[in-house]
Design a protein around this ligand. Sequence first.
Ligand SMILES: [Mg+2]
Length: 352
Amino acid sequence: MSRGIGQWRQATLVEVWLRDGTVGYGECWGPPALVMAFASLISEAYVGKNLFQAFSVRHGMMQQFYHVSSGLHEALAGIDIALWDLRAKVQGVALNALLGGHQRGQVLAYASAGYFDEHDDQAAFERDLADALSSQFTAVKIKIGRGVEDDVRRSAAARRLVGPQGILLLDINGAYTPAIVADLEKAVHALDPYWLEEPLPPQDEAAYAHLRCGRKVALGEAFHDRHPFKRLIAAHAVDVVQPDLTKCGLSEALAIRTLAESFGVMISPHVWGGAVGLLAAVHFVAALPPHPWATDSVAPPLLELDRGENGLRDEINLTPPQTQDGHLVVPTAPGLGFTPDARAIARFKEVG
Ligand SMILES: [Mg+2]
């Protein structure tokens, strides 16, 4: 991304056991050491509780540790996802049924690709992007944010590859100021990007509130709970909210969804972790009500499908969701539909 080149990924896989041996799976974003420090503090509180008492355990933890954010929220998010997986398994239904009901059997995915690397080679960028699209995706997101001239070069290549009817998304990772965003907007206007993602640093809510941008602004992967979303939505500073379920948890994401719906704002979860986080997002998007109300054919909800190399996503699930014509097929097995590959998980544990 524009702020630096990531060399590895990390995630924490959560298992929650019921007394009868049923296992629920969750995933936490970020450094496992940080997550595990909090997990050891909070996990005891869940022991002996039933699946519905667990809602108030999470609430109690957020009250007790209200001055803590990073680490705690991720640990709670992973446990929360695992508990939702269990609730659906106990009911014998796919998770989306509990998140508002099954709205669609497949979700439109955008290929998240076009990353920066050490070589900065335009031909290699285009080759990788073409591979990532592999002719079936009709939507693509690329990284920009290293100067407008370079942005135009990359964006033009991506537009050419995704085609004139395709959806082009540009992710700046918070690298610009409002003045540079104005230049960017002008420079890429003819390429018709569908949204600009994190054009400004996400912490600078005031700058977002004053940004005059003719494109949709997408934002939210850096937030841990509903409050920044509430402030930005109320200030009409965001068009697409992007909670990361492995940071917020599903319960909090449902609150963010209600906020978004109430203000006519779109929602598209940020997904950049492992197999469980991806499945949670697939079910979340599968359960989104049509937007606008009557139909989602105008603005179908989008699922982020990272196309970078990632064993935590591709190797630990024996029943990965299938890709079909640029869509992900929503699993129908009870719960998330995650089938852990114990050997692959052990391999990644050793790396971590
Ligand atoms: Mg992003």
